[in-house]
Structures are given as C-alpha cells and as structure tokens.
Write a new protein. Sequence first.
Length: 625
Amino acid sequence: MDYKFAEMFGPASAKASYNFDDLLIPYRAVASDIEANESVIFRKGELNLAARASGTYPFYLEPLMVGGKLLFDGGLYNNYPADVLYEEFMPDVILGCNVSQNNPPPKEDDLMSQLINMIQYQTNFENVCENMLTISPNSGLGTFDFDKVGLAISTGYESTMLQMDSIKKLCTHRVSAEAMALKRKEFKEDFSEILIKEINVMGVSEIQGQSIKKNILQRQTYITLQEFQKRFFRLYADDKVRYTYPTLHLDPLDKKYIVTVHIKPAKKMEVGFGGNFSSRPLNTGFVQAKYHIRGRNNLSLIANSYFGKFYSSTKAGFKLDLNLKNPMVMEASYTYNSWDYFNSFATFLEVVKPSFIVKNEQIIKTELSLPVANRGKLQIGGKYADISDEYYQTGDFSNTDTTDQTGFKSWVISGKYERSTLNRKQFADRGTFFQLSANYINGDEMTIPGSTSEVRDTTSAEHSWTVFKGQYKNFFYQKKKFSLGFHIETGWAANQPRFTNYRATLIRSLAFEPIPESKSFFLDRYRSNFYSSAGLIGTLNITPNIQLRAENHVYRPWERIFSTPEDASNFEPTTELFYVGSGSIIYHSPLGPMRLAVNYYDRKEIPWSILFNFGFFLFNDSYLD
C-alpha cells in the first residue's frame, strides 16, 4: 500500500508543487500525534505520506515517523473533522458522511473495548455551520470489513440519493460532469513520467545507505518506476528490514524524481517461539534467536531448537548477505536432527512399545544462494553428515531387545533450483511451485546387528550414489472461493546401493510424503529408489480464513525394495499403484493453520487416520534437503 500510494499520488504532488491548496481539489489530511495528544493537519508535502499517516490504525498498520513525530489515524482525536474543513477553507456548503459512532462505554471483561476507549477520544458529530448536511448510512459494517467494500459504497450511494433534494437546495452553483472531467484532464495532462535519478536512504547507517542506493540504481543514470518497484520489494523482502516505505520528490529542472526510502531496521536481537499441537503424539515446541550485525555486508547469527517426542532438533549457524550487483547469501550451520517413529498410537502420557526406528543426523553445511529473477533461487553447497539409525528388523520385539545400529558418515554435494509464487507456507490455494534438486552422496557405512537381526557380524562398506528430485505444483483454476491445482513429483536415486540389511536400505531410500501427516509415518510400501506421483488439490474458501481442502495423490514406485529371508534387501521393477487421500477443514489463524483432517493411505495396516493439529509441521533441513 505504501508503494502504491507513492506511485499514485507522486505526480499529483509534484504538479501542485507540494502545496495541497493547488491540487485539483484542495485537500487536508488529519493525523494524530500521540506524544502531544493533539491532531496534526497536513497542508503541504508528499500527498502519499499525508494520506498514509492519516489512516494509520493502531495495532493494524505500521505507524510512520513524520517530522520527528510518530503519527496515527486522525480519528483518534477527531473522527469527524468538519471543524478543520470549515476553519481551513470557509466553504459555502459542507457535506459530510458519518459512518461511525462514539464508542460504547468500556466493559469489565472486554479488553479491546477498554483499549479503544483509552486511545480514542469522543467525537463531536454536530454540524459546525448552518449550511452543513450530514449523511449517516446504516450499513452495519465495522472498521475492518474490507471484503464488504461494495456494500459500503452502495449503502452510501443510496443514503445520499435519499438526501439529494436537500443537497440541491444547499448548492446554488453547479458544474457539469463534462466540465469537471475536462478540468481533471488538464490537471493531469502534463504529469511527468516517473523516472528516478537519485535515491536517498533514511533510517540506517551511511554505509548501509550507500549499499542500498547502489543496489537500487545499479550505476544507471536513471531507472523507470517498474525497475524501482522490483528493487524496492527485494529490499522489503530482507528479513533485516522491519518496514520500509518510499516518498517521491520531483526535481523541477530536469523533471526527474528523487526517491527517499525510509527504513525501519529489524531489531538486532530477535527471539521467536512457536510449535505444533496435535491430537497424535507429534507435539513440538520451537524457539529461535537471531542476532543481526549490520554493515556493508549484513551478518545474522541464528540458533533454534525443536523439542518434542517425534522430532527434536538443534541448529546454530550464520547467514551473510553479500551486497553485490547480483546479491548472494552465504550460509554455514551445524544441525542435529532426531526422528522417533514410535510403533503405536500412544496417548500423551503412555508409550505402549519402544520406538522401532530412530533416525539421528549431525550435519555441517555450507551453502551459497543466488536469486533467479524475483521469484527463483539457486542454491549450491556441500555437507558433512554423521548419521546414526537405530531400528528393529521386525515388528515383533520387546523392551529387552536391542536395536540394530547403522552409522553412515558421508559427504554430500548438492544443488537446487526453486521458484515459488504460492500464497501460503502450507496449504496454499494460489500460485505455482517448482523445485529441481540433485545430491551426490559418498560415505562409509558401519552396521552393528541387534537381537532381532539374522546377522551377527559387524559389517562396513563404502557407498556412493546420486539423488535427483523434482516437483511442480500449479493452482491452474481459480475463482473467488474455489481453486483447483495439481501436484506432480518424481525422485530417482541413481545407483542406490544396498546397505547391510533391508531396514537400513529402506531408511536411506526416497520417501513419498505428499501431506504433512505422512512425514510422521515410516511406511515401507511408500519408499523406493525410483518413483513418480500425480495429484489433484481442490479448495473451497468458506470465509477468507476458513478453507475446505481435498487432496488426492497417486503414487507409482518404479522399483520395489523387498526383504530376503536373511533380512537382506533386493530391488525389482514393479507396476503397483498406491492412493493417498486427505480431506480437511482449515482455519488460517494469525498464529498458523488449525486443521482437522481425515487421511487415507492405501495398503497401510490401519489405512484411515483422523488428525487435529494447530501450527506448522516443519523441520530443519536434513542431509538431503
């Protein structure tokens, strides 16, 4: 909105020489200075800044600092500024439209009503002069009913037409619509094309400001508004920028614009909390801390931790933003991951059997990321992974049995290209997503058999193979409330080796996990060295935040991994098809999705599952991500 206001109002401000009296229609904007507890009237300056400051609703829109004052919505102190209009212009007639009322008294158990009464003054809605008429549409709409703007307009129009006889009696002088259109055309006809020759940056250090100027102008004499828009939103996407907005000022000598980019940096220290609450034992807490060191190249130190029964993880590292002509990001990190696939549907406090597969990873990673246009990203990097898997060879085990243990120390060289226009982190219903990745793995295996293994000797071997994966998601049909999309995916572990036993081989194979819950299961039949899948996704938005969602996926393994009588593994071609379906109702809350789902997994021992979860189902990167 801040960008669009600058684009829309910049030429009009310049034409009026930044004097609101010289606009096509003279104008005033009223904002509130909460420090001085008084109204602020805008009579000149950048029109976009005045309009934006006067509409800054507390807790909803980011407040702007103008002339050293933090300004909010003018309605906090004067929600019907007819007196300002009268004193500034002394008009012959005043027509007003009152779409609000004074707040009701605060309620004892309603915190919001208490806050509103604390921050908003009572407003005088009485006429300020004899020739004034107030129209009061009764639409029943609230401040944030943005999706009902059509109703607001039609109600206002109908209420005005009911008062038209009274309006005509007040207005003795009239101008035709044609004459007004000609006047507007003359005002706009010599608007300057927005060509930007200079960038000023406020709110950051001089070194950072110089770097931002360089990235926006890129040594060009001037840039078009379209070029500026792309580079401005790239700046806005930086997680070290909390907020930014532009203002435009025309140089009358060469008719080119000087843009001031106002920046509110993110706090040096950021702490975040989150997690996932589930009806199954998948509950996970999350905490993260970031510390930003700003300079010509911005450095962020990052540490996070997931903690839960199914998944736990710790990650520490840094991210360095290289402010070059073509920006790059270099990252390095250490990550510990642990997945605990327990062999029961235990209650929150009871475990029926010990875990049958526990996957542990320690990963040291370095990675370089480069942007590809505005929506794409190319990543190349290397990892050292120390993997330790504990598992039973059979489902028939007891608390006294010992697990097999397979260690795999490996080096991974990886590359990935990703492009996304999806509208949500999870459960998107608009946009496209494309990802293509390749990983070369070389490492040493060591397996120590447990009490359920047919083998008794410790074995070791060297393995190397390459993994290729690709997926494409496209919501190709979109209406106001309904969307339909498809998701195709394929994975190929070229020259995938056999590990010492069937279970170890299966753990290192590729898993098909099309819906969030499937990541919590270890399903033998849904693992392969070579597979493809295709699915349809349909969504129906009951309200902007409540969504019905149906997913249907067909999984085709081209190669099956099966167990020999000696617990070894073997590969063979297969023509099997599997079906995975999910139907859910989702509430997209400000804290994350709240979802109730019914899921079906073809040929799973218990094919149906019902899952309620609140939050995002996310992990730190594993050794092949």
